[in-house]
Design a protein around this ligand. Structure first.
Ligand code: IMP
Length: 201
């Protein structure tokens, strides 16, 4: 029985790590979390995802997955977007700051979550996979599940915020799940297993 190939997840965000462990549970890879602490200096989600994935690849020598994500509110011109992780020191404060900026703006506050995954493998061009989830920001904190802005993000047709959903339900709708599905469907992870098999390990 050959080893499963190791795949690094380049993040220190415990919420994301937990989600990837579930999303890629049947992908035939062994996930290893590793925070590269790279400066998110890119001007797009893809650039930031690439910076994280390629930094992890160069430090570990292992195939590496970087992701960048954010919440974009239509009435705020896509804000906070790339700045989603930087609106304040804690998520409570980030959420409060976003709601403060929305005060006086007529509802519904249409929004979307975006996620781009970059997969960096030695000797190959880095590949990208995207997902989005459309919904609405609500003014009150609802539920304690998930992470980040989950408790103020309402998913249309469900009557629930991500904060009110157990992980398996969030997985049906989330931007990260959609990006992970695109990654799985691309066959890129099966190629990693196949290359290990060929090396006879
Ligand atoms: P980054 O992808 O590490 O730059 O962080 C993106 C930020 O967007 C996170 O710290 C959260 O604040 C927010 N975010 C991204 N994905 C989610 C999600 O699934 N739920 C809630 N907030 C999210």
């Amino acid at each position: 029985m050959p080893d499963r190939p190791r795949l690094v997840i380049a993040t220190g965000n415990a919420g994301k790590i937990g989600e990837y462990r579930e999303l890629l549970a049947n992908a035939g890879v062994e996930l290893v979390a590793f925070d590269t602490e790279v400066d998110e200096a890119g001007e797009t989600y893809s650039e930031n995802a690439r910076l994280k994935a390629e930094a992890a690849l160069s430090k570990s020598g292992l195939p590496s997955l970087g992701d960048d994500s954010g919440l974009e509110v239509e009435a705020l011109g896509g804000f906070p977007g790339l700045k989603s992780a930087r609106l304040g020191p804690t998520q409570k404060e980030r959420t409060a700051e976003l709601l403060r900026r929305l005060q006086g703006v007529p509802r519904p506050w249409k929004a979307r979550f975006v996620c781009v995954i970059a997969l960096a493998v030695a000797g190959r061009d880095t590949r990208f996979f995207e997902g989005e989830c459309r919904g609405e920001v609500v003014p009150e904190w609802r539920g304690e599940a998930g992470f980040g802005y989950d408790p103020i993000f309402l998913v249309p047709g469900t009557g629930k915020t991500f904060g009110e959903m157990p992980p398996e339900e969030k997985r049906r709708y989330s931007h990260r799940a959609a990006a992970a599905r695109a990654l799985l469907q691309s066959g890129a992870l099966s190629e990693l297993s196949a290359s290990i098999d060929k090396r006879g390990r």
